[in-house]
Design a protein around this ligand. Structure first.
Ligand SMILES: [Zn+2]
Length: 264
């Protein structure tokens, strides 16, 4: 999976296995997270070097796993905090439990520049998905923090920024796979056809006569349900694209329902 490859330069600097480290810690990363590890670490238990001041969080990040992807950490069966100083023992690293709770309900998302197609799909399903392709990494982190949004990205370096309160590494190379992953992870409430896919604004119902100026006469006669984006004014109706979009909506509902039934 090509996660993080684009930004490989920001991964932890290569070094001889434990050079300059005073402690050798043992790790067992859950199989669901092993795709993030260097291939020689994917077999099971392995060791990593840690400085005396390193926390468990530092150790986990140093082997390539962003803390946004990590659920429970245990050492010899006892739960430890990511902020606790690393000590001797075997650290077990579990993935985030799904569905993952978010700071706001329904969740609010912010997507990085590479996830434009995923952004449109989330909006089609009625989810609050902000997209600021002009923002650089520090700006993205600031927006996510200020607006209480979960930053969705495939850039592990971005997720390692410590001022980022909530983030998630999106799995999958196609927009369809990415959508499945986000829906499976957060199992958010869906409200298809309620948001503008262009800007994310909410659609307000509008009468056919009020959109006559912006849609063709035939369209105004053929359809009754129109919605206008309260932010950008774009007009929507369930027209020629509905047959193509309905299967996307049906699949999304199925992914969310399956995740919710597994967790209850
Ligand atoms: Zn709009």
């Amino acid at each position: 999976m090509p996660v993080g490859r684009r930004h490989a330069g920001r991964a932890p600097a290569p070094r001889s296995e434990h050079a300059g480290r005073v402690r050798v810690v043992r790790l067992r990363i859950d199989p669901a997270l092993r795709f993030l590890l260097t291939p020689r670490h994917r077999g099971g238990i392995f060791t990593a070097g840690a400085a005396d001041t390193d926390t468990w969080g530092h150790v986990v990040e140093s082997v390539g796993v962003p803390l946004t992807e990590v659920g429970a950490l245990t050492v010899d069966g006892a739960t430890v905090a990511a902020s606790a100083r690393a000590v001797d023992g075997l650290l077990r690293v579990e993935p985030v439990r799904r569905p993952q709770a978010t700071a706001s309900s329904p969740p609010r998302f912010l997507l990085d520049v590479h996830l434009g197609s995923l952004t449109r799909r989330l909006r089609l399903l009625g989810l609050d998905a902000a997209y600021r392709p002009e923002a650089d990494d520090p700006a993205l982190v600031r927006i996510a923090a200020a607006e209480g949004r979960v930053l969705l990205t495939q850039d592990r370096g971005l997720l390692r920024r410590h001022s980022l309160p909530h983030g998630a590494l999106v799995r999958g190379s196609s927009a369809d796979e990415q959508l499945d992953d986000v829906l499976d992870r957060f199992a958010p409430p869906l409200a298809p056809w309620t948001r503008c896919t262009a800007c994310g604004g909410v659609l307000a119902p509008v009468a056919a006569r009020d959109v006559a100026a912006v849609v063709r006469a035939g369209t105004a006669r053929s359809y009754r349900d129109f919605g206008r984006c309260v932010d950008c004014g774009h007009v929507y109706w369930r027209g020629a694209h509905a047959a193509r979009i309905e299967p996307v909506v049906a699949r999304a509902r199925d992914v969310v329902a399956r995740r919710r039934s597994r967790s209850s």
